[in-house]
Design a protein around this ligand. Sequence first.
Ligand code: MOS
Length: 766
Amino acid sequence: MPAIGKNLPHDAAITHVCGTSQFICDIPKLQNELVVDFVISEEAHANILSIETEKALEIEGIAGIYTSADITSPHKIGPVFQDEYLLAKGKVEYAGQPIVIIAAEDEKAIKKAKSLIKISYKKLNPILSIEEAIEENSFIAVPRSVSRGDIEEGFLNSKNLLEGEVYCGGQEHFYLEPHSALTIPGENGEFKVYSATQNPTDVQMTVAEVLEIPLNKIVVETKRLGGSFGGKESQSSYFAAMTAFVAHKTNRPARIILEREKDITTTGKRHPFLAKYKVGFSSDGIINSLDVNLFSNGGYACDLSTSVMDKSILHADNAYFVPNIKITGKICRTNLASNTAFRGFGIPQAVLSIESIIEDIAVYLKKDAKEIRELNFYKLDCNNTAPYGQVIENNTLQELMEKISESAEYKARVAKIADFNKNQSQKLRGISCIPMKYGIAFTAKFLNQANALVNIYTDGSIQVSTCGIEMGQGLNTKIRQIVAQEFKIGVENIRVMATCTEKNNNGSPTASSTGLDLNGGAVVNACQKLKDSIVEFAAGLFNPQNPNKDSIIWSNEGIFDSRDESSKMSFKEMVKAAYFNRVNLGERGFYITPKLNFDWDSPVNRPFNYFTNGCSVSEVEIDRFTGELKVSRADVLMDIGNSLNPGIDRGQIYGGFVQGQGWVTMEELKYSKDGKILSNSPANYKIPSIHDAPKEFNIGWIENDKNTHNVAKSKAIGEPPFVLAVSVWTAVKNALSYLTDGEVVSIKSPATSEEILKFITKYEKN
Ligand code: MOS
C-alpha cells in the first residue's frame, strides 16, 4: 500500500467543511479572559505630542491601557533587523501603526475607551511612493547586486537597445482568518501562547524580547492557519506579543482577533516593485546585455524586505542565460506599513520585470515572444550557469516549453488571435507563453534546518510533530503519507499534531515553499532511527542464537526474518513486543538541506537546492469599450518532481495561479494623498472569485523522478504556481500590442480595466 502519490484528501477536508476545525477564535472563552485591542496612528508620519488615556481608564470594564512608556524592555523587535517598537515611541511612521494597547472585559468597554483616548500629533512630510523615496534618498539597508561579464561592453556590441521601466503593485494577503493570538499566564512566570503564525519560534523570541524573559518560559502553539500566504511569517509576532504583554501585566488570559479593516490597515503586504532597465539584443532577439535596477517599496521598517529583495535579485534572470548582466536591488523606506512576505517572496515581481522586457523585445523586433524566450533559455550543456554562479542541473525548461506549446496549440492560436483582432472592433485578444525557474531554499543558510518528533504508541498508532505549519497547503497530509511509506503501514495510523515550540524547538518559518522539504526530511530521519532500533530488536527476537539485521525484511505485509518466513509479525505486534522489551519508540529527527552555500561576494554559489520549473500559456480577451478583461483559457505545465499527492498539488497550482491572476489584473491597493489605505475591505479591494478563474484551465505536470535532492524525490510547490500567472499580464501586453504597430506596450501591473482602458484610449486617439 504505497502511500506516496496517492490522492489522499486534505487532513482537515471534512472538519473545514463541517465547521469543526478549530482556529484561535474557536477556543472557548476562558475564565477571567481579557479582550485585547489597540489604537492606531491616524497619521502616516508625525511626532506624537501627547497621548491622553486618563478618561478611558475610568471606564467600567477596562483592565489596562498601555503605551510605549509601559514597555520597560529596551529591545526593539523585528525578524531580520530589530528596528521596530511594539508600540510607537515618540513618532509614528505609518497610518495604522499601533500606539496604545487596550485590555478590557468586553468589546463594549474597548469601543468606549477608544473614543476617549486622544492622541495629538505634529505632522511631518510622508514619503509614500518608490519615486519619492528615490528622490529623498530614503532606503533600508545597503543595495545588493549580482553581476557577470561587462554590461557596458555588452551594450556597445548590441545591435538594438531598449530602456524602460516596469511597475507592479503590492497585494493584500486576504487570508480568511485574520491575525489572532491568545496568551495564558501560567505559574512561575510561564506563558502559553496560541498564535496564528507561520513562525512559532519568532513569536517565542518576540514575546521574550518584550517581556524580558528567557525563551524557556514561553511555549507557542499553532494548530493551523486559515490561510496565510506569507502574511503571518513575521507579523503575527506583534499581536501575540500584545496579548503576552497584557497577560504579563494582569496575570489573566488575553486574546486578540483583528477585525478585517484593522488587519489590512496595520499589517504589511506584498512589496510593490519598480524595475528600471536597459537591454541590448541582436536582431534575432538574443539578449547580450542586461542592466536591471529593482526598487521595492519596503514600508517604514525592514521586516523581511532584505530577504525578499535577495530572492528578487536571484530570479531577475528567470529562465534566461544572459552573458553580460547586472542586477541591483534597493529597498525604499516609506511611510507605509512594513511590507512583508507574500507567496513568491519577491520572485513574482522579478519574473514580471524580465518577462515584460522580453515581451517588449518581441514587439520591437516584430517577432513572436515565445521564440525570443526559447532563444535565450538556459541550455543543458552550455550557457547553463546563473549570474550568481550556480549551474542549473536537470533543466526541464525546454522540455516543458515544447510540450505545452503542443498541448496548448500555441502556434495555431496565435494565428487565430491575429486574425480575430484584424476583423473585430469590439474585442481584442492576446496570448502569452512564459517559463519559470524557481529556486528552492532560504537564502539565509541557517534557516534550512528542521527537527521532527515521531512517537509510536503501543497499539501501533503514531503521532508526528514538526516545526512545519499547516496553513491549508496540505503539509500535514503529505507528512502522514511519508510516515506511512516509511513504516509500510496505512495512513490512518498516523496523526500530525499541533506545531508547538515545546516539542520542536528553534524552528524556521514555514515559508519559501520549503515546509515539506525541511520537515519531511526531518520526519524521514526520525522514522529511520526508529526502524533501525526495531529491526535490531526483531533480529534478536526472531533468531536469538544467530541474530542478523540484514536478513530482516520489512514489507507491507509485516516484518520477518528472510530465513524463516513463518516468523512474520505485523507492525502493531512488533511494536507491542518492542515496548515490553524496553525498546525506544520515540525519536527526534533532524534535517539540513545539503550542499548550500551563498555569499554575495563570491562569484560561485549554490543558494538553491534545486529548481521547480513550469510554463504557462494564457489567453485573454479585452473589451475595447470598457477595458474589461477575461481569461478565456490558461494552460499550466510544471515540473514538480515526483508528486506526493496529485490532488493537493493540483489545488496548489489552481489556487496559486488564480491568486497570481488577482495580483496582475484586479487587486489594487489605493492610498489617500496623506498615506491612509483606502482599499481596506472586500468592498473596495477586489480579489478574484471563481468566476474570474480561467474559463478553460488545463493543469498538468511532467513525469520526473530525478530529483534525488529532496524528500521522496518531490519538489516544492507552494509558491511557484503563483508566478505562472504573470502570463496573464503578458497576454494583456500582447493583446494591446495589436494597437501599437511596433511600439512597446508600457502598462503597469495590475492591468485593471481602468489601466487597460487608459492605454486603449491613448492609442485610439492617435
Ligand atoms: Mo512565504 S511568502 O516565504 O511566507
